[in-house]
Write a protein that binds this ligand. Sequence first.
Ligand SMILES: Nc1ncnc2c1ncn2[C@@H]1O[C@H](COP(=O)(O)OP(=O)(O)OP(=O)(O)O)[C@@H](O)[C@H]1O
Ligand SMILES: [Mg+2]
Length: 271
Amino acid sequence: MAKVLVVTSGKGGVGKTTTTAALGAALAKAGQNVVLVDFDVGLRNLDLVMGAERRVVFDLINVIQGDANLAQALIKDKRVDTLSLLPASQTRDKDALTPEGVAKVIADLSKKFDWVICDSPAGIERGAQMAMHHADMAVIVTNPEVSSVRDSDRIIGMLDSTTEKAKAGEKIEKFLLITRYDPQRAARGDMLGTDDVLEILSIPLLGIIPESPDVLKASNVGAPVTIAEPESAPARAYTEAARRLMGEKVAVTVPAERKGLFDWLFKRRVA
Ligand SMILES: Nc1ncnc2c1ncn2[C@@H]1O[C@H](COP(=O)(O)OP(=O)(O)OP(=O)(O)O)[C@@H](O)[C@H]1O
Ligand SMILES: [Mg+2]
């Protein structure tokens, strides 16, 4: 039986799609059978980040409406053969995402894969609720800034109240992923520190992903950063986060250039 994982945030543009692709690819590279499901009906970004936009024929809503079966709609990654994508539709009505339809698709995918990773749209409305509804686990993507932390707090509340697990009196496993972290800006006080974010949200930390041009570089060539730039700082942080998801104990480090880290330590000491 698969683990159903939702990547969610509330706030838009914090790195959910980047994270879905990078974590999914890292898990697949570790030999796990992974499917990424794009719930962002109307925007459909995950296929672009995965470099699969020209291969989309059928999508999640086609499958829900019975116009295509899963085998027709799933796109197998050409680089990692244990990685697949179920794309979202760009044009269709969001109301076509029915609770029964989503439940069936998730149940069917759960029989075929080890991980079903749902990329949530921004916001707290229908699409985001559908993406989280069947989750066993949630990765809450948060940028170290007040508005993102506040939205993450709301999403944590929803994960604990509106989902299938919550309604059955069970808990979703929740993990915090801090993304777009810039140690220099944090040291200057332009950004919240990781300690502040952790204290406010108080859920276990899955990882800290640094702000890095390698992320954009990878998405421009249509590849998750863990495939395109596996030795880069963000890819290493995502790969370690994937190992933690698989239950390995790996210490979380604050990403920094060596010089930056010394700066940071020094400033902390003199502050
Ligand atoms: N660690 C990072 N370093 C630099 N840029 C990043 C990083 N993570 C994400 N980005 C950039 O931030 C932008 C938003 O990322 P992404 O699309 O993954 O966010 P999202 O949460 O899925 O957005 P939406 O809410 O619209 O779905 C993209 O341009 C992406 O390349
Ligand atoms: Mg997105």
